[in-house]
Design a protein around this ligand. Structure first.
Ligand SMILES: Cc1cc2nc3c(=O)[nH]c(=O)nc-3n(C[C@H](O)[C@H](O)[C@H](O)COP(=O)(O)O)c2cc1C
Length: 342
């Protein structure tokens, strides 16, 4: 029997296969199907800061109007109900998922500032979340803000949420930090118990018939796993042992989970594969993982974990440069481009 158990953010999981944040992980019935198909933990989709701010602004406006013009305030109140309590609705959904599922449920916050998150972290803890994933999703499009400014702001958010809860805290990173290893280490020092590597940024397209921007979500391909694989291999030997690592982007088959664990991930997360094939795909992925480990004589996930990182640990930058040169030199030209001898 292969032992699939792993530890992630201090939580004991029955396997390293986790369902990442997506529209599938919010309704309690699909969350339950995902668990029953084999997910060892479930990450809820993010509660966005803007949703909460939008409500709070609307509520304040209505209350101000109420004190000055009562008749107008009456008009405001039905509108408040429409988008009232994005936070409350999120907490209610978390409560339903907790009632339906026995695996750990990780709530996700998408923050752009420190305000309000401490309060929400406390509320999520009270509502039964087993951990919080902080989704730091932003595009550095402001020319007046340096990389240092942006990193400093992110670290402040991590520290503020850390201070607001005793729950395990993971931070979902984008791949666009200019000095990834440095930022990852500082994120852990600021209070992250684990890093989720990497979030996918959605690239809008242009529709040439309507001349409009098309905010299309493309599901990932397996090829995209290479970026998290490379960075987890680089980060694992350099981060404190207590820091967990999760691979996300391009995980689709059992062999992808093998690769993620081999480079040092504690868990591998899936969204696109579940949206494509449905929750039942998790059962296939687990069977593939077990079959691979059996065939290659790995008895446990702890034996497999990190078995491919040691080569990079001495001098990661030199290792990466050497590999870059080797890869470029290894390219072989198709026949028609090969120079003929005279
Ligand atoms: C439709 C959709 C919705 C998503 N919503 C969230 C979200 O609310 N919060 C978040 O952190 N990630 C969100 N993600 C990102 C996924 O959790 C995941 O990190 C990403 O899709 C890469 O994994 P994959 O290759 O398995 O899809 C979403 C992805 C998709 C496709």
């Amino acid at each position: 029997m292969v032992d699939l158990t792993t530890r992630y953010l201090g939580l004991e999981l029955r396997s390293p296969i986790v369902a990442s944040a997506s529209p599938l992980t919010r309704p309690a019935d699909t969350a339950r199907r995902i668990q029953d198909a084999g997910a060892a933990a479930i990450v809820m989709p993010s509660l966005f800061e803007e949703e909460i701010l939008h409500e709070e602004i609307s509520l304040n406006r209505a209350l101000e109007a109420g004190s000055e013009h009562f008749a107008e305030a009456l008009d405001y109140f039905p509108a408040i109900d429409d988008f009232a309590d994005a936070g409350e609705r999120y907490l209610a959904d978390l409560d339903r998922i907790k009632a339906a599922c026995s695996v750990p449920v990780i709530a996700s916050l998408n923050a752009t500032s420190t305000g309000g998150w401490v309060r929400y972290a406390t509320l999520l803890e009270a509502a039964g979340a087993d951990a919080i994933e902080l989704n730091l999703y932003h595009v550095a499009a402001d020319p007046t803000r340096s990389g240092q400014d942006m990193e400093h702001a992110d670290l402040e958010i991590i520290a503020a949420v850390r201070a607001g809860t005793r729950l395990p805290l993971s931070v979902k990173l984008s791949p666009y930090y200019s000095a990834m290893a440095n930022f990852a280490a500082r994120a852990v020092a600021a209070g992250a118990d684990g890093l989720v590597v990497f979030n996918r940024f959605y690239q809008p397209d242009l529709d040439l018939d309507t001349l409009e921007v098309v905010p299309r979500v493309e599901l990932s391909t397996q090829w995209e796993l290479r970026l998290p694989l490379r960075w987890i291999a680089i980060l694992r030997p350099q981060l404190p042992h207590r820091a967990s690592l999760a691979a996300t982007s391009g995980v689709s088959a059992g062999t992808d989970v093998v690769k993620a664990v081999m480079v040092g991930a504690d868990v591998a997360m899936m969204t696109s594969a579940l949206l494509r094939h449905g929750p039942g795909h998790l059962t296939t992925v687990e069977a593939e993982l077990v079959a691979w480990m059996d065939t290659h004589d790995y008895a446990s996930i702890s034996q497999l974990r990190g078995s491919a990182t040691s080569a990079t640990s001495e001098d990661p930058s030199a290792f990466e440069r050497a590999n870059y040169m080797k890869t470029l030199h290894a390219w072989t030209a198709p026949n028609e481009l090969t120079p003929r001898s005279p």
